[in-house]
Write a protein that binds this ligand. Structure first.
Ligand code: PZK
Length: 298
C-alpha cells in the first residue's frame, strides 16, 4: 500500500500505522474501500484524504470535549526521513502522539442497525441495556447508548459486551469515563451532522492514555469508515438505510452477481467517480470548506 522506511505497527483493512519514534506514530489512510466486509481491488481516488481531512476537522470541533492524538497533518512538519514520501502522504496521513490504547472498542449508537439490531432482536436491548419494544432497522433510539465491544482478530467482527464486562476489564472509574466521553463525542457529532443533512447512525472510537495519564482520542473520528453515515432525506425506519458514501458501490455490486467472496470485482469508472464525489460532498457539507483547501493545507 505505502512503503515507508518505518516499522509497520499495525495494518487495518484500509489503513496502516507506522512507528516514527518512541513517542510518535504515522497513521496512513489508503484510497481502498470495503463493501460487504471485503476490501475491493479498485481504489477511490482521494478517499484516504477525505477521511483524514474529516478526522482532523472533527478533532478540532471536539477539542473542548476530549483531547486528541493529532500532532500534525502537514507533510512539511513530518520527520525528515519522510520527506521523499511527501507526495504519497499528502492529505491522507497524520503524525500522532503514541498512546497506551484502552482495550475496548467504544461505540455509541443513536439509531438501531447492524449488530445492535441483531442484539435487540435476540435480547430486547443492546449490550444488556434494555430498549423499548417495537423498534425496527433504522429506528432512532430514545437516547444514544454506549455499546462497547471487544476487539476481534483482523478480519473478524468485534463482539458486543455488557457495560459490566468493560468494568471487569478496565475498572469502574475508567469504564464510566469511556462511556461519558463516547456519548459526548457521538452526541456532538450527530447533532452537527444532522444540521447538514447527514445522520450519524453510530460511531466507533479508540481512546488511549498519554504519558501524563490523560485519556485521549486516537485513531480517526466520525468518518464514514468509523461511523455509519446516512442521507437524512432517505431515512425510513423498517428497512436497511442507504449509505451516504457507499450506496453506488453496493447497488452496482448487488446487480453484478458477485457472491461476496474475496477479492471482489473491479468497479467501473463511473461508480468510482460517483463514489469519490460522495466522499468529497460529505467533507464539504460537514466542514463548510472545499476539499481542495484541505489538500492545500497539508
Ligand atoms: C493504535 N490502533 C488501531 C489504527 C491500524 C490499527 N495514537 C496511538 N497510539 C498507540 N496506538 C494506536 C494509536 C492510534 N491511533 C491505533 N492500533 C494502535 C489502528 C490504524 C491502523 F492498523
Amino acid at each position: 500500500m505505502t512503503d515507508l522506511p518505518l516499522p509497520l505497527l499495525a495494518r487495518g483493512k484500509v489503513r496502516e500505522l507506522y512507528e516514527v519514534d518512541a513517542d510518535h506514530l504515522l497513521l496512513v489512510a489508503s484510497d481502498r474501500l470495503s463493501a460487504y466486509d471485503v476490501v475491493l481491488p479498485t481504489a477511490v481516488p482521494d478517499k484516504g484524504a477525505v477521511l483524514t481531512g474529516l478526522s482532523v476537522w472533527w478533532f478540532d470541533q471536539l477539542a473542548d470535549v476530549v483531547p486528541n492524538h493529532l500532532v500534525t497533518a502537514r507533510t512539511s512538519e513530518f520527520p525528515a526521513v519522510l520527506e521523499p514520501y511527501a507526495a504519497q502522504l499528502r492529505g491522507r496521513s497524520m503524525l500522532c502522539r503514541r498512546l497506551t490504547m484502552v482495550p475496548v472498542e467504544c461505540v455509541a449508537r443513536g439509531y438501531l442497525t447492524g449488530s445492535g439490531l441483531k442484539d435487540y432482536a435476540q435480547t430486547g436491548g443492546i449490550c444488556g441495556e434494555p430498549l423499548p419494544p417495537g423498534l425496527v432497522d433504522g429506528s432512532r433510539l430514545p437516547e444514544s447508548v454506549f455499546t462497547p465491544a471487544t476487539k476481534a482478530a483482523v478480519g473478524d467482527h468485534d463482539e458486543n459486551v455488557s457495560y459490566d464486562a468493560v468494568v471487569q476489564v478496565v475498572g469502574a472509574e475508567l469504564a464510566a469515563e469511556l462511556r461519558r466521553l463516547t456519548l459526548a463525542v457521538y452526541d456532538r457529532g450527530a447533532r452537527l451532522a444532522a444540521e447538514r443533512g447527514i445522520l450519524l447512525a453510530d460511531t466507533k472510537l479508540e481512546l488511549g492514555h498519554d504519558t501524563a495519564g490523560t485519556l485521549v482520542l486516537g485513531d480517526e473520528v466520525l468518518t464514514p469508515d468509523s461511523s455509519r453515515f446516512w442521507p437524512a432525506d432517505g431515512w425510513q425506519p423498517g428497512r436497511a438505510q442507504p449509505s451516504y458514501d457507499k450506496q453506488f458501490v453496493r447497488d452496482w455490486l448487488d446487480a453484478s452477481g458477485w457472491d461476496r467472496t474475496a477479492p471482489g470485482p473491479e468497479l467501473p469508472v463511473e461508480v468510482v467517480e460517483k463514489t469519490r464525489a460522495k466522499y468529497v460532498q460529505a467533507y464539504e457539507l460537514l466542514t463548510g470548506s472545499s476539499f481542495d483547501s484541505w489538500l492545500r493545507s497539508t
